[in-house]
Design a protein around this ligand. Structure first.
Ligand code: ADP
Length: 295
């Protein structure tokens, strides 16, 4: 499978330009969409999920024209939106059975088998009869992925699925996502850089509706080898350092400001060379668009 997005643009009626000339190629496997809030991630995902129109551009899923053949795309799609309501007084088992029926699984025995397997897969078998209203955040997200998996989707879109999950729930949820078939495209939007480095074979950074970077996380990190330096400074010195160096991120620890700068060749006065990470890739790209203090 391959999803090919070409020159996609979208401006909302209030004048906000959410997507500008977005071109991306997504192969099988997990693809991370990284960007600050308001970058356009949800707009892009909703457009791929055939839930909203683009102003211009095209999206192809193998030979399928996503923007036109919506019905066909929906048969191949599993979508977990950023926020979704659940009927509080219905059990997971009943709800999945209902959704499977809506998706065209008419035989009751086949449905029972399918729902049982899905519940097992998302580790909710023992809670299958509990009302959805009593589920924790992590359980709801796992239920959400179970409903998205009905019908064997080839393209799965999950929009910031870990917001509000505790670390253990987040881990469980990610193990589940990574265990999905290799022959599937999973698009995951997040603003957690670490999620992308752990999970995704490919990723893109988007900011203000534009793609700033697209590639493989490991390669992206390698490309910064020998270029990242750090130093602890006083808060009041930041402005001066920003004038002299490209400061890509700052972190306040015990009253000292730890800055990371990117440059070719060692800077003078007390900087220490450090191994780059994906956060450096992210911030060095984003810093070109936004004031580092507002990231
Ligand atoms: P992200 O998912 O990266 O946070 P969004 O795609 O939700 O970004 O939003 C991109 C920009 O478009 C933001 O400025 C947001 O306020 C705006 N936006 C999103 N949806 C709408 C809408 N339906 N109408 C108008 N503006 C919108």
């Amino acid at each position: 499978m391959q999803l090919s997005i070409q020159r996609l643009s979208k401006t909302y009626s209030n004048g906000v330009r959410a997507l500008h000339d977005v071109s991306l190629t997504l192969p099988n496997g997990m693809f991370g969409l990284l960007g600050p809030n308001g970058a356009g991630k949800s707009s892009l995902m909703r457009t791929i999920a055939t839930l909203q129109e683009a102003d211009s551009g095209s999206i192809a899923l193998d030979g399928l024209d996503v923007l036109r053949e919506k019905k066909r795309v929906r048969q191949l799609l599993g979508y977990l939106p950023q926020e979704f309501g659940v009927y509080p007084k219905v059990s997971a088992e009943r709800m999945l059975d209902h959704i499977a029926r809506l998706k065209g699984v008419e035989d009751a025995r086949e449905r029972k088998q399918l729902v049982g397997a899905l519940l097992e897969n998302v580790n909710l078998s023992k809670d299958r009869r509990k009302h959805l209203g009593t589920y924790s955040g992590g359980m709801k997200q796992r239920f959400g992925i179970a409903q998205a998996l009905i019908g064997n989707p080839r393209l799965i879109i999950v929009d910031e699925p870990t917001a509000g999950l505790d670390p253990a729930e987040r881990n469980r949820f990610y193990n589940l996502l990574s265990s999905l078939g290799e022959n599937t495209i999973v698009i995951l939007s997040t603003h957690i850089v670490e999620d992308v480095s752990t999970l995704c074979s490919n990723f893109a950074i988007i900011c203000m509706g534009e793609v700033l970077y697209a590639g493989e996380p490991d390669r992206a990190v390698e490309s910064l080898a020998g270029k990242i330096y750090t130093k602890a400074i006083g808060k009041e010195e930041l402005a001066a350092y920003q004038q002299r160096y490209k400061v890509i991120s700052t972190q306040l620890k015990a009253g000292r400001l730890h800055i990371r700068v990117i440059r070719d060749g060692a800077p003078e006065d007390g900087f220490e060379a450090v191994a780059p990470n994906l956060e450096d890739v992210y911030f060095s790209n984003i810093a070109t668009r936004m004031d580092v203090n507002t990231i």
